[in-house]
Design a binder for this molecule. Sequence first.
Ligand SMILES: Cc1ncc(COP(=O)(O)O)c(C=O)c1O
Length: 429
Amino acid sequence: MESRKQFLKKLGAGAAAFGASTFFSPIKAHEITQDLKGFTGSATDIAKNEDYWARVQQAFTVDRSLINLNNGGVSPSPDFVQAAMKKHLDFSNQAPVYNMWRILEPRREGVRQRLARNFGVDTEEIALTRNASESLQICQLGFDLNPGDEVLTTDQDYPRMINTFKQRERRDGIKLNQISIPVPAENDEEIVHRFEQAITPKTKLILMCHIINLTGQILPVKKVVQMARKKSIPVIVDGAHAYAHFDFKHEDLDCDFYTSSLHKWLFAPHGTGLLYVRKNKIKDLWPLMAAAESQDDDIRKFEEIGTHPAANYLAIGEALTFHEGIGSKRKEARLKYLNDLWIDEIVDGDKVVLHTSRNPKYACGIATVEIKGVEPGKLNGALWNEHRIITTPIVHDQFKGIRVTPNVYTTREEIARFTAAMKQQINKV
Ligand SMILES: Cc1ncc(COP(=O)(O)O)c(C=O)c1O
């Protein structure tokens, strides 16, 4: 087989004419995933293998003059994902009505198939959306509810989703009920019990997180779904942070409605999301933008949003190839390992408190930590101003701290610098 060097030499000037991003990137993607296959060992062994992760890090073009530990908000994509999106955009722009609508748009079916396969569901149950917010609002606004009907969620669900139900309160006269949950929550039965206790004869819908963005808490989705199903109450699952973050399939959740952003942990282009609706539930869920009656049973009715770029959706394919090249077990183990590195060094449970479970069943790459006596906004500001480290301040009635979310491109040296910076801030108190 010819080497990359020989191959590039043969291409000579022709390759340069294509430009680095459009021509070389697919080769790089292939090379990286091929190299990763060469590493053997358990996920926990690989989590500590810096040679492996150095290869993964090369896929990204992130700015190493700063340390970005807010990958939960939105993640950078590998450069070949960006290159694929740009390639599709440029091609679209040559004759959008033909290239974008007639050639590229139909190719989203391949992406739908791949996402369905990855999640372990039928292709006809996956819609491509712009983000988790859109997927969630399709569900939150798509059920017929009458004045006096109640919906149930927690006081740790995402503010936009709580506002969506609050708007329905004002518009439709429904009532929103919210339960609180322990921080951290390590008893599945207690979570199920808290939801169950709050159900009334008027409860028509439940919204719950798969992972809570504030603390990284992973909730027992399957148990809540199965409890609610016995009472004929649909559960909308907010998996904005869960999909492609840690290892699970749809069968581990057994839910009828699942939503996620793909620009978080799958590292797909910004403005991509996923909606899963079980086949026999599609008909009774209204789309956000109107669709023809003939589409009532078709998952694509949720994609009737008017003109939009095809490029973002098609480049999800490259992100999936990269994700599957690493493997979700290895990714999960690495993210947990990176957080364990700093947690082991600074958390003492007294002056420095962790609001995230240390049990891998209940947390992965998101952790929230508090230095007692220091306001999260102030700590967040000091980390940025003094150390060029990005984190997220979190303030909730029950707890507060800064949220730390590393990524597969994060180096151990960056975690060591974050740890040292935190020690400096702790010593100031
Ligand atoms: C729990 C949760 N739900 C929904 C969303 C919305 O995601 P997006 O902004 O990608 O639509 C977020 C975003 O961080 C989130 O954390």
